[in-house]
Write a new protein. Sequence first.
Length: 400
Amino acid sequence: MSNSNNRIFLSPPHMGGSESQYVGEAFQSNFIAPLGPMVNKFEAEFSKISGLPFCLAVSSGTAAMHLALRCLSNRSSTEVDNRKPVIIASSLTFIGSISPACFEGIDLVFLDSSYGSWNMDTDLLLAELEWRKSRDVLPIAVIPTDLYGEPSNLPKIREICLQFQIPLISDSAEAVGAHYFDGKGNMRHAGFDSDAAVFSFNGNKIITTSGGGMLGSHDEVFINHARKLATQAREEFPWYEHAEIGYNYRMSNIVAAIGVGQLEVLEDRVNRRRAINAMYHDILSPIEGVSFLEEPGYAIGNQWLTVVFIDPATFGVDNNFVREVLETNNIESRPVWKPMHMQPVFRSMVARYQAERVRKYDVCEEYFSKGLCLPSGSALSDSDVERICSIIISCRNRKV
């Protein structure tokens, strides 16, 4: 049982025990940075887990997304009739999922989530691509997000993208260890049915390397180009020669050593997070004004974060009131990601594309207004969960 005075964090790191051993081996070998045997091992082990045959370990999930866009934009047309290239992306996401598009001078068109899902509405995607095809302004890529560890309907999204020959990049940063059924009797790891998949090992993710990311693909040429770009785009000469601009994006051997240890406990971490989610669900679902999204039949999420919806009309107070009460009890919680179409940095871009075709965002705006992310770390005890639930229930109908 944890001390009730200790702070409960949203999703803190949870070491498995062997990480220090692998870090020690890296020190003993004197492969500190850059690169080294642990990076190679981490890439190989992640490839086995994800099913993606070619994987590249980098400094962050955002770096992985940037590399994916650089490689794809080199293959795609970058301008049509003086229009800027466009990417279709989920509005309900973290900004690191789509900010690399801005690095490359690419505009973003955001789509709403489907009701009952965190993720991109496939009907809206199909309608958007049909409209764009009729005007010869197809996007250079589609980026759905596997939000809070719940896989998107990737087989359906891939089917749509193939119809229009649009590259598909899966933002699976939050979905390491999550799976979906491909409709052909196979269970696939998040990101599998994509041209490129991005993963994150930030300190708050289900497993962590303290910071880091992975880019995976079925395309060896694609990953080899990304690998080159990630190491300053150095050409194969004895001296430093560069024919294109690259980045310092590779993962260090020390960081990768932590990741090797974390992969060994991934299944345990997923199972514990799912158990925590189930416990929240069992205790809070009977409370009027509290609800959860049900897991879709096509997926088995990792439940990276459990999110509860607070309906102020029936619960008596809103999600922000509950968050503040939890904070006074030294418990961290957080609002749902603020949708990208509502972000000030994208205000002018959203207005410009709304002028050409009105898009509605009712679902993700509702989720943002009512959603609250609850502590979900895999080291969280049952008594911690019970205490958190008790505090939430105590908020009901309190005077604001």
